[in-house]
Write a protein that binds this ligand. Sequence first.
Ligand code: PHE
Length: 447
Amino acid sequence: MAIPIEREQWQSRLGFMLAASGSAVGLGNIWRFPWLTGENGGGTFLFTYLILIFTIGLSVLMAEFALGRASQRDVVGAYETIGSKKWSWVGYVSVLTGLLIMSFYCVVGGWTLSYAFRAGMGQLAGDDAEVLQTIFSTFTASSLEPVFWQLLFIVLTVYVVMRGISSGIERWSRILMPILLVLLVGLAIWVLFLPGAWEGVKYMFLPDFSKFTPSMLVTALSQALFSLSVGMGAMITYGSYLKQQENLPRAALAVTALDTFVALVAGLLILPAVFAFGYSLDGGPGLAFVTLPAIFSGLPGALVLSTAFFLLLAIAALTSAVSILEVAVAWVHSQVSVSRQKSALLVGVIVTIMGVPVSLSFGIWQDVTLVGLNLFELADGLSGKIMLPVGALALAIFVGWIVWPRIRDEVLQGSEGSAATVRVWGFICRYIAPPAIVVILVAGLIS
Ligand code: PHE
C-alpha cells in the first residue's frame, strides 16, 4: 500500500463541522427527501425515517468519523490499516458507490444551476402548475442544455476539490449555509399560510400505518444513509483529516440533528405547497423543481429571491458533491503518485463519462432500461438502496465486531465522560444495525 506523502488537516474544529454538515446537507434534504416522503405515504415514511436516522444513521456516522480519524487514511486505506487487507473490498465498493452517486447527483446539481439562471432571467414566473411542469420536463428531456449545466457543476466541484480540503471546502459554507437555512425557514412559514397548505402538514406528520410496505422501509433506510453521507466513506475521508481533539459523539449528533432539521423544513416547504398549488404527490425527481418556482411566483421580489435561493441550493449541492468526489480523489491520490490536482481531474473525467448518459435518460435515452429502470433510476436505486446499505452493514460489523476496542478507544479520546453513550453506540453497531439492515435489504429486494 502506498503511504500518502503529506495529508491535510482541518484548520479548526469549526472547519470540520462546517465541512461535515456541508456534506450532509444538500440535495438529499431539499430535493430527495420531500420527493420520497411525498411518494411513500408521508407520515409513515417520516416516522420510519426518523427512527432509522437516529439509530443506524447516527451510529454509522460516528463509526465513520472514528475510523477515519483512527486511520488517517482514505477509505480503502482505513479498512486496511485498522483492519486488514481482507477488508479493503469495502473501501473499493465505497469508491464505486461514490462514483455512481456522482453520476446522478451532478445531473440534479446542474438543474439547480440552470434554475438559478432561469429564475434570474425571469423565465420561471407564473404559478400555473401545468406551465411549470412543462418547463421542467422540456428542459430535462432536451439533450444539450442539462448536460451543459451538469458539466458546469462538475467543473465547479472538481475545482473546489483541486484546491484542497482546507482552503477549498472549509471556506465555502461559512456564510452561505446559514443564509440558505434562514431562507428555507422563512419560505416554509410563508407557505404554511397558503390556503390548503395544512393538508400537506397533516400528510407529512400523521402516520397511517396501513401504508407501511417493505419497499418503503428500504427507501427510508436509503434516504437516511444518503442524507447523512454515510455508507460510502465520505465521512471516513473527512474524519481522516481530523486532529485528535474533536468530540466525535457530539459532532455526529450535531450533524444528524442539523441534517434532519433541514430535511423537515424542506418537507414543510414543499409538501404543503403541493397541496396548496394542486400538484401531484408522486411528482418524482421533478417535485422540488415544479413546486419551488410556484412558491416564488406568489412572492414579492420573486426574481431576486428565487435566483438567490437556487444559487444557494446549488452551493449546498456543491459542498455535498465535493465530499462525494473527495472519496475517490483521496484514494487515487494515495495510490498513484500523482498530485491531488491531477487525481481530481481524473475522477472528474470518469464522473462526466458516467454522468452524461444519466442526464440523457430523461430525454433521448429514456428507453434505455434494465430491469424496467432507466439509467437515472438505476444509478439512484443501486447506489441508494443496495450499495449504501451494504456499505453501512459492512462498517457496522467491522467496527462492532472486528476492531471494536480500537475504535471505542478512538471515540473516547476527546469525549471522556461519554462512556454510557459509547456503550449504547457499541450495542447498536453490534446487535441492532447489522440484523436490521439485513432484514430491510432482504425485505426490499424480495418485495
Ligand atoms: N448527503 C448528501 C445530500 O444530502 C449527499 C451525499 C451522499 C453526500 C453520499 C456524500 C455521500 O445531499
